[in-house]
Design a protein. Structure first.
Length: 411
């Protein structure tokens, strides 16, 4: 962390030196303060629209670099004054909002230094390519703007990589390359187009157009952020729901989901085969080996059922080594055939597991109880599950590794 702080101070010192060197060509005029105020106002407004990515203990802010166009207009000295005021306003806001982190001032020096340095280099590149920073009508204008935007993006990523290397958040070349890849061509094009138009309006002294572009960009950014947050909230909600209804060992549905699906399917006019099944003599497997091997067998059983079921069938782990299947769109005979095929697949399978430092092959069987509820039935699914569970017990009593089935009597 000490090296990162020193690096941040070094960047700030270089930026201060660059600003001091350019003070001779800088004119502190009313026009400068006008654009200074416009940029500061909208930069502060845009601050909460920035996307923050976290890597380890470090946060990276991604957003459009508006300092590029201001730097092309005001030069290194004017840009330094702006970055100083803008970054100080950010620190003050976070202090008042109590969201500041312990490295807030180190981040302040880093941000001022890095943005002044990268935009100053872009300023000189643009001036050289466009034959003078004020030549907004030249044929090379947009080429120079694009090159400047590309250069600032590269320098920004490079300084972040150096910072991460000092923090030991990046240890390999591949990790550094992955960070460079996060900056997309679309982001660079957006930076070039926005800053190109902003500088064009400054050069033409069209400040109302400049404000209009800022407002348009703000509304577009706010709309995109709102949409992104809505999508993220929906994804998180779906993930939480999936976690609540998923068995973590096997990845199939859990008993909570079974209660939900029983309620949703009640009153439906479709035939349903309710199958309750479990692994025969599972306690012997746990006692002979251990619970880790037992879990491996349970996962194998669940994977076998998932692979055998149709897309609209439902696999539920109802507890321990017991599972419930809801077979849809089949006749009673089809359900019996399905269970028989599944029984044979399980019987013929071999589960590979590690035990005592060696590989062991485990064979197991399963018993099945199936209750078939006809279409339009008035029998509750919960009652059908109880019938299937009793039929499973019957198959166990008859010797295991077999199927016991019954169908609902048709009135």
């Amino acid at each position: 962390m000490v090296y990162v702080r020193l690096f941040s101070l070094a960047l700030f010192a270089v930026a201060l030196g660059v600003a001091a060197a350019g003070i001779g060509s800088f004119r502190l005029s009313g026009e400068y303060w006008k654009y200074f105020g416009i940029y500061l106002l909208f930069s502060i407004l845009y601050n909460h629209l920035r996307f923050i990515s976290k890597k380890g203990k470090t946060e990276i802010e991604y957003g459009i670099n508006y300092g590029l166009s201001l730097g092309l207009y005001a030069g290194p000295t004017g840009l330094f004054l702006f970055e100083l005021a803008y970054r100080f306003a950010n620190v003050l806001y976070r202090k008042l909002d109590r969201t500041a982190d312990p490295e807030e001032w180190s981040d302040f020096f880093y941000n001022v230094g890095s943005f002044v340095i990268q935009n100053t280099v872009a300023f000189f590149l643009f001036s050289w390519l466009a034959h003078g920073a004020g030549d907004v009508h030249g044929s090379l204008y947009w080429i120079a703007i694009a090159a400047a935007a590309l250069l600032t993006g590269f320098l920004s990523d490079t300084l972040i990589v150096v910072s991460f290397v000092l923090e030991r958040e990046i240890r390999t070349w591949n990790e550094a390359l992955e960070l460079y890849k996060t900056r997309t061509p679309m982001a660079i094009a957006q930076t070039a187009l926005t800053n190109g138009l902003l500088f064009y309006f400054i050069a033409a002294d069209e400040w109302p157009m400049l404000v209009g572009l800022f407002l348009l960009n703000y509304l577009a950014s706010y709309s995109m952020l709102f949409k992104a947050q809505s999508i993220q909230a929906r994804v998180e909600r779906d993930n939480f729901e999936k976690m609540a209804y998923t068995d973590h060992l096997t990845g199939v549905h859990n008993r909570t989901y079974m209660e939900k699906v029983i309620q949703s399917m009640e009153g439906g006019n479709e035939p349903i085969g309710i199958v309750v099944t479990d692994i025969d003599r599972f306690k012997c497997i746990n006692d002979t080996y251990n619970h880790s091997v037992g879990d491996r067998v349970i996962r194998h059983f669940a994977d076998t059922m998932k692979a055998s079921c149709a897309e609209n069938d439902i696999v539920i782990r109802t507890g321990g080594e017991e599972f419930t299947l809801l077979l849809r769109g089949r006749s009673y005979d089809d359900c019996l055939d399905f269970c028989e095929r599944l029984r044979r697949v399980v019987e013929e399978s071999v589960v590979e597991a590690e035990f005592g430092g060696a590989r062991v092959d485990i064979r197991y069987t399963a018993s099945f109880g199936i209750y078939f509820r006809t279409a339009g039935s008035v029998t509750p699914l919960a009652s059908g599950y109880v019938h299937a569970d009793n039929l499973l017990l019957q198959s166990k009593q008859q010797g295991r590794n077999r199927i016991a089935g019954a169908r609902e009597a048709i009135a």
